[in-house]
Ligand binder design. Structure first.
Ligand SMILES: Cc1cc2nc3c(=O)[nH]c(=O)nc-3n(C[C@H](O)[C@H](O)[C@H](O)COP(=O)(O)OP(=O)(O)OC[C@H]3O[C@@H](n4cnc5c(N)ncnc54)[C@H](O)[C@@H]3O)c2cc1C
Length: 377
């Protein structure tokens, strides 16, 4: 599809976030929505996500967003006609450090007040959930059985298909190379498009895109690996998404395989090259065997690496970009952009069409980093 000459709203990026916004705008009757994607729908960092969905967040806003998203995932098939493989496998966080446990307590209290099923359990109880774990070094675990997982590709593909059915145009294989807000022109490798509003949903490339209009955005892409074993029936599934808080390693069962991440957070520089680093495989295996000694018998079959679009305080950045007109930010979703995509799409659509979102989103305020000493945004 060629790039149209004009649009009301141009969204840059067809990841989980951009496609959800396009779907919600189209669902609200906005007819002139164009999504520009340099590669293919869902091919960005969304394609690297582990599919985790949790309600354990530190702020009221994010917990409310999670609970809304979980409701959407629960009835996704009714709304979109697509089976996304949603399963409530639970999240289990393993704790070895007293201060870490104390840090959890106020968050758990808030989550419980908001209706989240989450509690502190003993190491023995944690072992009851994943019997293959050794738990000698644990002091406690945090267990939330209502958390779960689904397929990011299925979810994003479903948003895109429904957005297109409702009239949005998603143009793949076209790169945005410049934005001139004064003339409302978005320059692409396939010609210019004039738009009233441009939405930055460029994931790890958000800061680069914002740089085209002279705006600093505090989104810092950091690499993370995930490896998977050959089929390994010795640890029967499903297992919860289990995180070793001490080492950062997490694992969960994926079909017959076990997914293992070393929990790495690495700056790979400006070229955004996410080649895999095999040293990380050894690190992942070592950390995983410490927790699951039976894994000595497993073999790693493969893996991948992706960029998590991190922000300094680990909250997303949502709102009008400061200092310019017509440039909206829906970026910096760290390690939770896939799972927060349903509500984000709805709230951004409200903001763009009604002038404000129906929920207080000040925790995501794009101006907040500018208020920190030495901060920019
Ligand atoms: C290893 C790993 C595990 C993760 N696990 C989870 C998890 O369990 N749960 C969860 O919720 N999240 C997880 N995440 C985070 C999640 O992947 C991201 O937060 C989310 O995918 C961000 O979606 P997005 O739409 O903002 O970005 P993207 O999916 O990257 O979409 C942005 C799109 O913009 C396009 N683009 C960029 N610049 C341009 C341009 N100039 N012109 C045209 N197109 C452009 C890109 O090609 C890309 O497709 C994980 C991430 C990683 C790396």
């Amino acid at each position: 599809m060629p790039v149209p000459k004009t649009a009301g709203i141009v969204i840059v990026g067809a990841g989980a976030i951009g496609c959800s916004i396009a779907y919600q705008l189209a669902k609200r009757g906005q007819r002139d929505v164009v999504v520009l994607e340099q590669d293919a729908v869902g091919s960005g960092t969304t394609s690297k996500a582990a599919g985790g969905i949790r309600a354990q967040f530190p702020t009221e806003t994010e917990i409310a967003i999670s609970l809304e998203c979980i409701r959407v995932f629960e009835r996704f098939e009714d709304e979109f006609g697509v089976d996304i493989g949603y399963r409530k496998i639970g999240y289990l966080s393993l704790i070895t450090d007293e201060a870490d446990l104390r840090g959890y307590e106020p968050r758990i209290a808030l989550q419980r007040r908001m209706g989240v099923d989450v509690k502190v359990i003993t190491p023995k109880e944690a072992q009851g959930i994943v019997p293959a774990m050794q738990v000698d070094d644990l002091i406690a675990a945090v267990w939330s059985p209502g958390d779960g997982m689904a397929g990011p590709a299925e979810v994003t593909g479903a948003y895109a298909r429904r957005a297109r059915e409702l009239g949005a145009r998603i143009v793949e294989g076209v790169t945005v190379t410049g934005i001139d807000l004064a003339s409302r022109r978005v320059r692409t490798t396939d010609g210019d498009i004039e738009a009233r509003v441009v939405v930055n949903a460029a994931g790890p490339r958000a800061a680069r895109l914002a740089g085209m209009v002279g705006v600093d955005v505090a989104v810092h892409p950091r690499r993370r690996h995930i490896f998977f074993t050959e089929p390994f029936p010795d640890i029967p599934g499903p297992t919860p998404l289990t995180t070793d808080r001490g080492s950062g390693m997490y694992f969960r069962k994926e079909m017959e395989q076990l997914l293992i991440s070393p929990g790495d957070v690495e700056d790979v520089g400006d070229d955004m090259n996410v080649a895999m680093d095999r040293a990380r495989q050894e690190e992942a295996v070592e950390k995983a065997i410490h927790r699951l000694p039976i894994l000595e018998r497993a073999r790693i079959a493969g893996g991948w690496a992706g960029l998590r679009p991190l922000t300094p305080d680990e909250h997303a950045i949502i709102g009008w970009a400061p200092g310019v007109e017509g440039f909206f930010l829906a970026v910096g979703f760290c390690g939770h952009g896939f799972q927060h995509s349903p509500a984000t799409g709805r709230l951004v659509a409200e903001w763009l069409l009604d002038g404000h979102p129906s929920m207080d989103l000040s925790v995501f305020d794009p101006n907040r980093f500018a208020r920190l000493p030495g901060g920019t945004s």
